[in-house]
Design a protein around this ligand. Sequence first.
Ligand code: UT7
Length: 369
Amino acid sequence: MSRLYNATMIKATITGWGKCMPPAILTNSDLGTFLETDDEWIRSRTGIAERRISHVPLGELAYVASSRALACAGLSANDVDLIVFGTCSMDEQVPNMASGLQKRLGALNAGAMDVNTACTSFLYGLTTASGMIRAGTIRTALVIGGELISPLMDWHDRGVAVLFGDGCAAVVLQATEADEGVLADRLGCDGDVREILQVHGMGQRYANKGWHLGDSQWIFEGQEIFKRAVIGMSRACEAVLQTCGLSPADIDLVVPHQANLRIIEAVVKRSGIDMSRCFVNVQRYGNMSAATVPVALVESLEEGRIKPGATLLLTGFGAGLTWSAHIVRWGQRITPLGESDVQLPPCQQTALERVQALISLKRGSREIA
Ligand code: UT7
């Protein structure tokens, strides 16, 4: 069910944003050097031209993105009450990613939790944090969407290896009495078809069965996922528009999950919104799972696509199959209050060299759990 957070309530508004993209670029032609694929197939089926391959752990990408988001909001790490880290590709499971970030930032007053709903993890995290702000439990949250897919990829499977990339972004959410921020949200899940997107090799089920860390086998029914994604996101978008009493014409910008340009076009068309009011960067980064929406949000601001007071529609889908939509009314500020000088360490390898190194690390025979 979708619910309207009305004008008299405390709301959660986005006051800081920052991204951290690994610099190494893997092009479609690079993929063609070790997979039976080509630029034309990848571009025409997905819209993707290139993606990033990280040379650092996810925690490092998140530290840089979060430092930038906090500087943008004009806050220090001490001001944060809660860190919500959306990811399914954590550097380690115990302790969680959020606690590592809490330590690295020195956010000593913050609670720290991870959320894993695959590609919608940032969006589910946005609902979690904004709900706690509305409830009065916290006043300031840092919400991260980040993934390091490359070490978990089956680089021998052209059906999935061409689709994904690494990246991270973060937002700061703060309590406000103004009529802005997250106005409505709708979360859903088609658990009945959860088998159509699985990554074998991740989780206890695979322990002691001959799997090595980083081995993976992707079960990926592309066309079925495509259909479910379009239906789920369209349903969620319709629900939040209705909840807010908005028409498609009231949406200034759609910031969707970036998995496939054709999926984005189908959802936007079904929602009755013109593609000129949709932000697309899938060509640059491919599917970064939980990172796509926050990175797209940051780049929408960098490119001047979000005006003060703009009404945004965020939507996503992911393994589970989870899906969601949010209506977010932007505040008056569209520029950062400050900048962080935190940077990633330099990258010594090309993306192709990095992927070749990952491929040579994969080994072993294994049984399917
Ligand atoms: O965030 C959630 C993640 N999941 C998704 O977003 C996936 C949603 N699905 C999709 O985006 C699309 O279904 C794909 C991009 C995965 C595939 O596009 P498609 O138009 O549904 O292609 P297809 O699966 O029907 O494959 C068409 C052909 C097949 O060959 P045959 O059987 O027709 O001879 C594939 O073997 O394309 C072949 N193919 C490739 N060819 C060149 C599959 N992958 C590749 C490749 N390069 N990388």
